[in-house]
Design a protein around this ligand. Structure first.
Ligand code: GCW
Length: 681
């Protein structure tokens, strides 16, 4: 794939320099362009078809008797109403589409209820064609399962990206909005092509300059909104809760203060005047030193509702993050458990939030670790809109220097049965709104892109961005299908390359987990930047992320019987499962229990032997990734080969560092030798 810039939209098959003539009959498009998103859809389709087939494409208002592709909005296009049966059309919802092939006319019809649906339908068709797939059997309706499918940029205006591992920001530099509009548009296109429909363009940690995106920089923001609008993506801003003071010169940011409320109403009015379809505000408040309502003796509902009222007249929403915990904890204090914090803070507020507030909840109770249980807050507030937050950026999963395909992890989270309404209440059904029937819901995730030519630093990390979008659209897709789709579009389907990349992706999370933190205990990383092993890096810090390893054992007792009581935040079936050593799954053992090194896992191994074995095996498997990749050299474009090879080389070395640090630490603590007598220092 060359430098990787076109990602999964290359539309040229790397495995057969030849164009795909089989699709030439479809190089006629009929559409009556009604708005800019529809224009985008038509442009994407004609450019895509030209790239795929090598034929010129013509666009007209009708197809007549010719074969080709018909695009139209139901009720507005007679041709589409004739091509797609009313019953089928009736099952297409907002942003959905029907796509079908008519064998008699040799026409492909894409019909939708709105132009966004057409755009998604076009990308669907292009995905099939670019992979050389069969269009003659097309006959389906697709509706997005989640209404909000959002990306959070953690970009700062100085050009840095918080937890960014792929260069600098494409949105800002030198405390200004960057004027690289083409790049931003190319990003919008990538996002829309996998189903994303919302973006917050600045870091949730909003500092002084970024606060002014709401005011001084509004003309620039308006320009960015216009770029994303073409791709049916709504723009949101992260706001600084203390803006009425920092920007407005008020003496307080108290949500009950009338001048504060007025300040926000005016601020919202100005934003909506400039950007009538503005999405709303994303807020990190009273978290990690950010200001919030606590200062004034108010709670999160007071704070969120004040903002919600300000955007309500325009149909805007407030997305309020639940990543709230005490980051100045005393490590000596064994009664405070960071894992409990989100639930303890928010659950009592259920029913108090306005209906245009959405709580954004991280998938796990701690912080995007390689392994965590599912946050018990998800689904626990039936009268409140909720959305789930994932992190595509690999902060704790190798920082895009190690390969770690995260879709399998996300799938586990989405499929997790909360038992909140008896058996069969998985996270995905809560997040999509079906369980509680709440109006606003969906997915958010921290982006993994930056100014690097290939967007994500590690070329294989593109699969995570793509996979996130596809999963937000339809959480039923499997990690395997998504991986295959991405590989086909990015590298083609030639063997053995295809299978090799597939195996690398599908094994990568397990490999990464095996040489890093064991059995769900988390952290053990270097403070601040979070890259690389440091077993006690956070052990005596105020951040609440401890493992309590001593000479006898390791792990956090979060049971209700003898520990922090965190297990009682789950519905009974899950509480029982985690509470008891007999049923707690091995991979989460140390998250929930403090056990001796000699404790036997369900696997039959002792904890200490498990640590040794996984670390030796994990580092070895990391080394093999490089070896298999090297064998693919002939089949790959040199640039793409190099890029991944360099990272795999670093991973292989760094995995050894992890192995030796972790093994040595636990060997010195426990004094128990490895059964196999391998080298531990
Ligand atoms: O994962 C942690 C990160 C912080 C981040 C915070 C959050 C944006 O280390 O860099 O801040 O989470 O999610 O707010």
């Amino acid at each position: 794939p060359g430098d990787g810039y076109e990602a999964w939209l290359q539309y040229r098959r790397t495995d057969q320099g030849t164009k795909l003539k089989q699709y030439a009959p479809y190089c006629h498009i009929a559409a009556v362009i009604q708005d800019e998103v529809m224009r985008t859809a038509v442009n994407e389709l004609s450019q895509g078809l030209e790239a795929i087939t090598g034929h010129l494409v013509d666009v007209a208002e009708t197809l007549g008797e010719s074969s080709g592709i018909l695009l139209g909005i139901f009720g507005a296009s007679q041709a589409i109403d004739e091509a797609i049966h009313a019953d089928v059309a009736g099952s297409v919802r907002t942003e959905g589409y029907a796509i079908q092939f008519d064998g008699r006319t040799e026409q492909i019809a894409i019909g939708a209820a709105d132009s966004a649906g057409l755009l998604y339908g076009v990308f669907h068709l292009l995905r099939i064609m670019a992979a050389g797939g069969d269009v003659k059997s097309l006959n389906r309706v697709e509706n997005p399962v989640n209404s909000l499918r959002m990306i959070n940029q953690w970009d700062n205006m100085d050009g840095s990206v918080e937890r960014g591992y792929a260069g600098s920001s494409i949105f800002y530099h030198d405390n200004r909005v960057a004027k690289e509009y083409q790049r931003i548009q190319d990003y919008a296109r990538l996002l829309a092509s996998c189903g994303i429909n919302a973006i917050a363009i600045n870091n949730v940690n909003v500092h002084r300059v970024e606060s002014r995106l709401l005011t001084d920089f509004l003309p620039d923001v308006t320009k960015l909104a216009a770029i994303f609008r073409q791709y049916a993506i709504k723009l949101y801003l992260s706001i600084n809760y203390a803006s009425p003071m920092e920007l407005g010169g008020l003496a307080t940011a108290d949500p009950q203060n009338p001048s504060v409320r007025e300040w926000w109403r005016e601020a919202a009015a100005k934003v909506y005047e400039a950007i009538p379809d503005f999405g709303g505000f994303l807020v990190k408040a009273d978290s990690e030193h950010r200001p919030g309502p606590f200062t004034y003796g108010r709670d999160h509902a007071d704070g969120a509702n004040m903002l919600a009222e300000a955007v309500k007249p325009y149909g805007g929403v407030v997305i309020w993050r639940c990543f709230v915990y005490n980051c100045k904890q005393d490590w000596r204090d064994r009664s405070t458990d960071r894992a409990r914090a989100a639930y303890d803070h928010f659950r009592p507020l259920d029913g108090r939030f306005l209906d245009n507030v959405i709580l954004q909840i991280k998938n796990g109770p701690i912080d995007f670790q390689v392994r965590e249980p599912v946050s018990p807050l998800i689904g626990a507030m039936p009268h409140t809109n909720q959305m789930i937050e994932f992190q595509i950026a690999q902060e704790y999963t190798g920082q895009q220097r190690h390969v770690c395909y995260l879709v399998p992890q996300w799938k586990e989270v989405l499929d997790f049965d909360t038992y909140l309404q008896e058996e069969g209440t998985p996270v995905k059904r809560i997040v999509d709104g079906t369980v509680h029937g709440n109006p606003c819901n969906g997915f958010a995730a921290v982006s993994n892109i930056g100014s690097d030519a290939n967007w994500t630093g590690h070329l294989l990390a593109q699969a995570n961005l793509f996979g996130y979008g596809r999963l937000a659209w339809n959480p039923e897709l499997s990690a395997e299908e998504i991986a295959k789709e991405w590989i086909r579009l990015t590298f083609g389907s030639r063997e053995p390359l295809f299978q090799t990349i597939y195996d690398i992706l599908m094994n990568s999370w397990e490999i990464y987990e095996s040489y890093t933190t064991p059995l769900g205990v988390g952290f053990m990383v270097n403070p601040d930047h979070h890259y690389g092993p440091n077993v006690e890096g956070y052990e005596y810090s105020p951040w609440g992320t401890y493992h309590y390893a001593d000479n006898h054992g390791v792990g956090v007792d979060r049971t209700t019987a003898t520990g922090t009581g965190y297990t009682s935040q789950y519905a009974d079936a899950n509480k029982q499962r985690y509470e008891s050593l007999a049923t707690c799954p091995d991979e989460l053992l140390l998250f929930f229990h403090h056990v001796p090194y000699t404790h036997k896992l369900h696997s039959g191994k002792t904890v200490i032997q498990h640590i040794y074995d996984t670390h030796f095996e994990g580092a070895e498997r990391a080394g093999q990734l490089l070896a298999v990749w090297e064998r693919m050299r002939e089949q790959l474009d040199e640039q793409a080969y190099r890029q991944v090879a360099d990272r795999l080389e670093e991973q292989a070395e760094h995995a050894k560092e992890w192995r030796d640090r972790i093994n040595t630490y636990f060997y010195r603590r426990s004094g128990i030798p490895d059964e196999q007598g391998r080298t531990i220092y």
